[in-house]
Design a protein around this ligand. Structure first.
Ligand SMILES: [Zn+2]
Length: 98
């Protein structure tokens, strides 16, 4: 691809004019060989990056929830048991069950 002739934006598929548009070139290299080059309008790159970042964040949050859920359940069960036990003990101050 000749510099200055423009390329298509990876995100919006519209032409990028290298001479007048702000653009981002994302290259994948193997040694000094270019494997792949992706071009983005500056604005499209921001959107693309935001989307990718959000996707990544969602994966992390989902993973955390997967890990946290059983722990949270255990804690809730323990708390419930503690409340039940306390309520069974006539000498203990009453705790209202929620
Ligand atoms: Zn674009």
């Amino acid at each position: 691809m000749e510099k200055g002739c423009g390329a298509k934006c990876f995100k919006c598929d519209q032409a990028i004019n290298f001479a007048s548009d702000l653009f981002v070139c994302l290259g994948t290299y193997e040694g000094d060989r270019t494997v792949e080059e992706k071009y983005f309008h500056m604005e499209c790159w921001r959107k693309y990056f935001d989307e990718k970042a959000r996707e990544k964040a969602e994966v992390v949050v989902n993973k955390m929830q997967e890990i946290m859920m059983p722990i949270a359940k255990q804690m809730t069960d323990k708390l419930k048991n503690a409340i039940d036990q306390a309520n069974d003990d006539p000498n203990a101050p009453k705790i209202i069950n929620i």
